[in-house]
Design a protein around this ligand. Structure first.
Ligand code: URA
Ligand code: URA
Length: 254
């Protein structure tokens, strides 16, 4: 291959690689220390190391297959009628959002009115508070995964019944199997109860680590509870610091 063809092939491969990153929700990459003008063919040695890096990336075939499987799961969930009341009162189902292989996954209770209307978890008032918790912890919303115990809004935002949580458990388990978060933060008593199968109150469980299928889970209060009891934000920040320390991440502002 001549140099021109090699450069075109490389550009095509990198373009595909970036598309797959974007499909996985990765919006930006750290800049290299020096950049080469894209209009210049890269020196041969750099080209081959870039190709090697693209091939060696974890975002390969398995990643694409999981992305497809997750899309198929989302379709299946959209047609779910296991809970007749929820299926007949929802505007739409609310699946998880975020990239595959995130460092962190937040699990809440169930969609509220805003989520039901917009089809995305944690976009209402509680979601805005969750966003602030995420950013204060040194993450961007797009880099964490966010989902709920239920994929449908319970009428009037009542607490999910055990039967509803049981019906939705398969969707949550399959989602987590495909997304593979490294850590989970369970938000509030309902998430803790149905993710971990523990009935102990959240006040006793918060700030402690448990395990879900080998994934460390930290439990804390739900942002909706913080909207009603803002004085509890201090405890949630303590819990986030505990989590960040366990994750080996810096604590912002420290
Ligand atoms: N509360 C939740 O538990 N989940 C949402 O998605 C929104 C509010
Ligand atoms: N009860 C809950 O279910 N969640 C909280 O965060 C606090 C009280």
């Amino acid at each position: 291959m001549d140099e021109r063809k090699k450069a075109d092939e490389l550009a095509r491969m990198l373009g595909q690689h970036l598309d797959s990153l974007r499909a996985a929700g990765i919006e930006w990459l750290p800049a290299a220390e020096s950049t080469t003008s894209p209009s210049m063919p890269l020196p041969v040695v750099e080209q081959s190391s870039l190709v090697a890096a693209a091939n060696a990336s974890p975002f390969s075939e398995d990643h694409e297959q999981r992305q497809h499987a997750l899309k198929a799961l989302q379709q299946q969930v959209a047609n779910c009628t296991r809970c007749p009341q929820l299926a007949s009162t929802r505007t739409q189902t609310v699946f998880g959002v975020g990239p595959l292989d995130p460092e962190l996954c937040f699990i809440g209770e169930a969609p509220g009115a805003d989520e039901d209307r917009l089809g995305e978890p944690f976009v209402g008032a509680a979601g805005q508070l969750l966003d602030r918790i995420i950013v204060a912890s040194g993450f961007q919303r797009q880099e964490v995964y966010i989902c709920n115990i239920l994929r449908c809004r319970p009428p009037g935002n009542r607490t999910p019944t055990p039967e509803e949580a049981h019906h939705c458990q398969e969707w949550l388990e399959k989602t987590l199997d495909l997304v593979r978060p490294k850590f989970i933060c369970a938000l509030g008593g309902t998430a803790t109860k149905y993710l971990l199968g523990m009935d102990t109150g959240i006040t006793k469980l918060r700030g402690r680590f448990f395990e879900y299928r080998g994934i460390p889970v930290l439990c804390t209060f739900h942002p909706s509870y913080l909207l009603r009891s803002p004085e509890k934000k201090r405890e949630v920040w303590e819990d986030m610091k505990t989590l960040l320390t366990r994750m080996g991440r810096p604590i912002p502002g420290k």
